[in-house]
Write a protein that binds this ligand. Structure first.
Ligand SMILES: Cc1cc2nc3c(=O)[nH]c(=O)nc-3n(C[C@H](O)[C@H](O)[C@H](O)COP(=O)(O)OP(=O)(O)OC[C@H]3O[C@@H](n4cnc5c(N)ncnc54)[C@H](O)[C@@H]3O)c2cc1C
Length: 457
């Protein structure tokens, strides 16, 4: 009798280059694809509102691709282990295939599955797909985790072999009878108020759109990326982060497409180039989170737990709503609200204003980004915030405080970015700033000095 296998989709919402799906198809089993919505198993980091919108659309796209192959995506809601066991019983499945995730809570769920399922007659088969290297693979000469990016990057590239991505399987067998599935709407991923319609004007989630974006960037964006990536007023970056987060495209596919496009451009040193370095930042974030699982909650440099952060709900709200009166920051926060995205340089500047000039805890900003970014990713978000706050591994030192006005002159000289996002299409804010940049800079430096003195006294 032909066996039946469950393929558990998670942050790998694609058919091409999907090792779990491929292994299941190659086993010759009837395939039961399933997505389980288990927000209570994310360690307090259930996807935020913008990310849930993306997920809704991405699940829709994945189901459509599966249906083109005579299959479909089952949807369930509940704790992963109990849901998978129940589904295995319903379908008579003897194997579970999935691609690994690396957030601490997701790893805990996977570990408990590996313990519990075999005893119930379900073999567990997991694969690597979300990263080019496992987060535990690289160690420093001393045997510990890396805490500085550049040596991690060097070591990452050394002896790196990236397998060629595999095409999507075209045919496989499905069970004769499909078990029950929830409707996508029953997962209630979409917000009640229709603010997400503005996101739909900017993004098309799903594997097909991800592939198109990757090819387009390789063709039109890659050659100019090293200079263009810092200019928020132009479309100079790949905008693949949300597609990568949800695994609509694999890093192996990105690697292969970038390699091919670079060769066409006559660039033989692309492996050491800027774009690959950014992909390695993504891997570094996963490495750091794996070794320091409290990264989203606690400063890596624990001395900062005693920092005299302020408590100012009004200032926090003004920052969230893009009403600080600081033009570049307000433009960024408005881009974030309207599109679920903010340019990387502006993320750094907006984060610096919150943590340093407003002296508010970085965790507050991290939470806001978590809820509003379509590319919200536990590892990259936590690392990004701790980097700007000066509290993380290999962070910008606390005393390096961005001046948003100077940054605007340098990176948005013609004002295109500010004009696009500020009300009235102006380059300057119509509001008076809620902080004096010079005085608040000094206040931050004083708070930091006090912290250092208390540490040494
Ligand atoms: C405070 C702060 C918070 C951030 N939060 C997130 C987040 O939640 N999710 C997220 O994916 N990125 C986050 N980043 C990193 C970065 O801003 C985004 O990855 C990038 O802006 C996405 O745009 P892109 O796809 O056009 O990037 P590109 O410039 O085209 O880069 C290509 C890919 O490399 C990866 N990458 C680039 N920069 C970084 C970085 N600094 N750290 C990790 N990976 C990187 C992304 O996967 C990106 O898609 C954050 C940065 C800061 C400063």
């Amino acid at each position: 009798m032909q066996p039946t296998a469950l393929v558990w989709f998670r942050q790998d919402l694609r058919l091409a280059d999907n090792p779990a799906l491929l292994a299941a198809v190659e086993s010759g089993a009837h395939i039961v694809p399933v997505y389980i919505w288990s927000p209570d198993e994310e360690g307090g980091w259930a996807p935020g509102a913008a990310s849930r919108w993306w997920l809704h659309r991405s699940l829709q796209a994945l189901d459509a691709s599966l249906r083109e192959r005579g299959s479909q995506l089952l949807l369930r809601h509940g704790p992963a282990q109990a849901t998978l066991l129940q589904l295995a019983r319903e379908t008579g499945s003897s194997t579970l295939y999935f691609n690994r995730r690396y957030e601490p809570a997701a790893q805990a769920v996977e570990n408990s599955l590996r313990d519990a399922l075999p005893g119930a007659g379900v073999a567990v088969h997991s694969s690597q797909s979300a990263l080019l290297r496992e987060p535990w693979e690289l160690r420093t000469g001393g045997g510990g985790p890396y805490q500085v990016f550049t040596p991690f990057w060097r070591s990452f590239l050394r002896d790196l072999v990236v397998a060629a991505p595999k095409a999507s399987p075209q045919v496989w067998s499905s069970p004769r009878q499909w078990p029950a599935s929830l409707s996508l709407d029953a997962l209630q991923l979409l917000p009640r108020l229709p603010w997400h319609e503005s996101l739909a004007a900017h993004w098309t989630p799903g594997e097909v759109a991800a592939r198109e974006r990757l090819l387009q960037f390789g063709r039109d964006g890659l050659a100019g990326y090293p200079e263009a990536r810092d200019l928020p007023g132009i479309d100079g970056t790949s905008r693949l982060s949300a597609h990568l987060h949800y695994g609509e495209v694999s890093p192996r596919q990105v690697w292969a497409a970038i390699g091919k496009a670079s060769q066409r451009n006559g660039d033989s040193s692309w492996r050491e180039g800027r774009y690959v370095a950014e992909l390695v930042w993504r891997e570094y974030a996963a490495h750091v989170l794996h070794h320091f699982p409290q990264l989203p909650e606690r400063p890596k440099n624990l001395a900062f737990e005693r920092m005299a952060w302020r408590d100012d709900a009004q200032a926090l709200r003004a920052w969230q709503q893009g009403r600080t009166g600081i033009a570049l920051v307000d433009a960024g926060m408005r881009e974030l609200w309207q599109t679920g995205f903010m340019h990387n340089r502006v993320r750094m500047i907006a984060a610096s204003l919150l943590v340093k000039n407003l002296l508010l805890p970085w965790q507050e900003g991290q939470r806001w980004f978590w809820d509003t970014l379509v590319d919200a990713d536990l590892a990259s978000n936590a690392l990004g915030w701790q980097w700007v706050a000066g509290t993380g591994p290999d962070a910008a030192p606390f005393f390096r405080i961005f001046n948003p006005d100077t940054q605007a002159q340098k990176f948005d000289a013609a004002g295109d970015y500010r004009r696009r996002w500020l009300p009235g299409g102006t380059v300057a804010s119509a509001m008076a700033p809620i902080v004096d940049l010079k005085l608040s800079r000094q206040r931050a430096l004083d708070a930091h000095l006090a912290l250092r003195q208390s540490a040494t006294s």
